[in-house]
Design a binder for this molecule. Structure first.
Ligand SMILES: NC(=O)c1ccc[n+]([C@@H]2O[C@H](COP(=O)([O-])OP(=O)(O)OC[C@H]3O[C@@H](n4cnc5c(N)ncnc54)[C@H](O)[C@@H]3O)[C@@H](O)[C@H]2O)c1
Ligand SMILES: O=C(O)C(=O)C[C@]1(C(=O)O)C=C[C@@H](O)C=C1
Length: 313
């Protein structure tokens, strides 16, 4: 089903998994009149043009943002500050400037100082993705029934927030608003720590594979296979995520390590009851998520943590 365009010109800075999925979804839904994107290498520009998903593909971010009503940075979080500085003087007054970064506090800190008065800065994070990257990896359905978290700073024009909310809702997302700090704490446990664990376990298994002569690969089914998918995620993106969300990740890692120690002790002592109770509780959590249809990255998933309680709760 198509709807009337919500924006005239949208600039997508970066055409990888997320930029490419936004372009595809916006095209399918008829959400914008014109899409302009940046691709820095000639090879990628040629590929993006060949895909036929955008109206124009240009070489510089400055050119891309000219006269755009909505600008979305779809690039690694570490690149957001420098790109904000690069495009600031070329933004159309009244434009909405957003991003899709997996970390919000650092993006706000790095981008906001560069942006001129008269534009609406509304950071966003679609909590949906895959381990793939690049211009061919996107798909129009990526955001359907997934969360998109907006973190508008205090004093943001509610009309601009409503427009961006409508855009993400039209791509199929369930939109939620929270502060950057709360976002970063929640995502540290629901997304960043799981990736760190996957990167660790696959690395450890790889080292052990040398001892077991590749049996790790031979028997990689079920749980381990799932970890290898996550551990295949983009190295640049995830380097930037861990550097940008250092404090929250370290805090969650501390709690996780304590919990791991408790399970380690239960195994060492042969405490079957402790293990059984723990696994029963985690099974109930998974089943509760599935039954309530929240198995698409529920933001407040998991055991209550003092700092995860929303304000006023
Ligand atoms: N991959 C996921 O699962 C996922 C999910 C949600 C959000 N995100 C966030 O989305 C952002 C993009 O991730 P992705 O998965 O689309 O990555 P990607 O690697 O598929 O695409 C990123 C693109 O940005 C381009 N780029 C990098 N620096 C640039 C610059 N200075 N100017 C112009 N283009 C530049 C790269 O060339 C690449 O084409 C990241 O901030 C990531 O944290 C990723
Ligand atoms: O499913 C995956 O491959 C993902 O890693 C997606 C995932 C996640 O952790 O849920 C990864 C990072 C993004 O910021 C949002 C979504």
């Amino acid at each position: 089903m198509t709807t009337a365009p919500l924006f005239k010109r949208v600039a997508l800075i970066g055409f990888g998994l997320i930029g490419g999925s936004i372009a595809r979804g916006a095209r399918v839904q008829g959400l914008v009149s014109e899409i302009v994107t940046t691709a820095r290498s000639e090879k990628t520009r040629a590929r993006v043009a060949e895909l036929g998903l955008v109206d124009r593909v240009v070489a510089t971010n400055r050119e891309a943002v000219e006269d755009a009503d909505l600008v979305i940075l779809c690039i690694p979080v570490g690149a957001c500050g420098p790109v904000a500085a690069e495009i600031a003087a070329h933004l159309k007054p009244g434009a909405i400037i957003s991003d899709v970064g997996s970390v919000k506090g650092a993006v706000v800190r790095d981008m906001a100082p560069h942006l001129p008065n008269g534009v609406h800065f509304i950071p966003a994070h679609p909590v949906a993705g895959t381990e793939n990257s690049g211009p061919d990896s996107g798909f129009a359905e990526l955001f359907i029934n997934r969360w998109c978290i907006l973190t508008p700073p205090d004093g943001t024009d509610p009309e601009a927030t409503a427009q961006l909310r409508a855009f993400w809702a039209a791509l199929g997302a369930k939109v939620e608003i929270m502060t950057p700090d709360h976002h970063d704490l929640v995502l540290a446990i629901t997304s960043h720590l799981p990736h760190l664990i996957a990167y660790t376990i696959v690395g450890t298994a790889d080292e052990l594979a040398q001892v077991t002569e590749s049996e790790v690969i031979k028997f990689s089914a079920g749980g381990f296979r799932d970890f290898t998918r996550i551990a295949a995620s983009d190295p640049t993106m995830w380097r930037d995520v861990f550097l940008a969300n250092k404090d929250a990740v370290l805090e969650m890692l501390g709690t996780f390590t304590e919990d791991l120690s408790k399970l380690t002790r239960a195994i060492r002592r042969g405490d079957g009851e402790a293990l059984f109770d723990h696994f029963t509780r985690t099974r109930a959590i998974r089943r509760g998520i599935v039954e309530t249809g929240q198995d698409s990255a529920a933001p407040d998933f998991g055991r209550p943590h003092a700092n995860l309680a929303k304000k006023g709760e």
